[in-house]
Design a protein around this ligand. Structure first.
Ligand SMILES: [Zn+2]
Length: 282
């Protein structure tokens, strides 16, 4: 296998340097936060022998000054955001998601029925509610904007329920009772991403706000059809992100190509019925 060494361009170099500087800042901030909490020793030290036979002395420690709680952390974050523009530019969604995952992990580790588990579960519920609010808010804003700016709005008619269905278990033919990997984990991530977009709600609110001006375009072949010449070929899709027409050579980002098709109201039907764009009666 050939090996390559790649160097960043000047612009990429600048971005990478900035990224490193920011990562360093966040690390230092976390370290400061950690140091903010002070520990004191208590109880008797105990001698321990680990499974490799190594001896050590263990001393229990407890916080004298506890780590800043949620409210305090949020206040510090707000302050830091005001001070550093790049931190403000960081995605709130990503930061909130990180917080949610942390709470989920803690809840899973906590003893069943313990107060700690209850606390973490309450935290999870709060974060999820906030995420749902943000999603609704985004749907309202986006649908209002679409309804104001466009006469005709076309959505890809996605079947969210099918797209987000749990993948079927695949029994292993060679080993009875065993299962082959069905990429359930990967799909559940995709499911979350699709659901998180609030697609169905966005479409519904657009229909409410622009009655009679919203059309749903069948999703079939929208990603395989060339938006320049109309040729449908599965070989035109050269990668997940790329589209390059095998007929006319038109190439562009695959999502962009599909979006042009949908905006033009093309695709739908079967391979035979999708030939040239027809002018609809409406
Ligand atoms: Zn083409």
């Amino acid at each position: 296998m050939a090996r390559y060494r790649m160097y960043p361009t000047a612009a990429q170099d600048a971005v990478l340097r900035e990224h490193c500087a920011q990562a360093r800042y966040v690390w230092n901030l976390a370290w400061n936060l950690h140091q903010f909490g002070q520990l004191e020793t208590y109880g008797q030290a105990s001698r321990r022998v680990d499974r490799d036979g190594r001896r050590s002395i263990h001393q229990k420690r407890r916080p004298v000054r506890p780590l800043p709680g949620y409210v305090e952390q949020a206040r510090m974050l707000t302050e830091a955001r005001a001070e550093y523009s790049w931190l403000a530019a960081g995605s709130v969604v990503v930061q909130q998601r990180a917080r949610l995952r942390k709470a989920e992990r803690r809840a899973a580790r906590a003893t069943t029925g313990s107060p700690a588990q209850k606390t973490e579960r309450a935290c999870i519920a709060r974060l999820r509610a906030r995420e749902a609010d943000r999603r609704k808010d985004w749907c309202e804003k986006t649908s209002t904007g679409l309804a104001r700016r466009f006469d005709l709005i076309r959505f890809e008619d996605l079947n969210i329920r099918n797209m987000t269905a749990k993948p079927k278990a695949r029994p292993d033919p060679d080993r009875p009772g065993a299962y082959l990997p069905n990429r359930a984990h990967a799909k559940s991530g995709l499911n979350r991403a699709i659901l998180a977009q609030g697609w169905g709600l966005l479409v519904q609110r657009a229909i409410d706000k622009a009655p009679g001006r919203v059309e749903k375009v069948r999703a079939a072949y929208t990603s395989l059809r060339c938006s320049a010449c109309g040729w449908i070929d599965k070989n035109s899709r050269n990668s997940q992100a790329g589209f390059s027409c095998v007929y006319c050579g038109f190439s562009c980002n695959a999502d962009e190509n599909a979006a042009i098709n949908i905006a033009a109201g093309h695709a739908g039907g079967t391979l035979l019925s999708v030939r040239e764009p027809r002018i609809s009666a409406a």
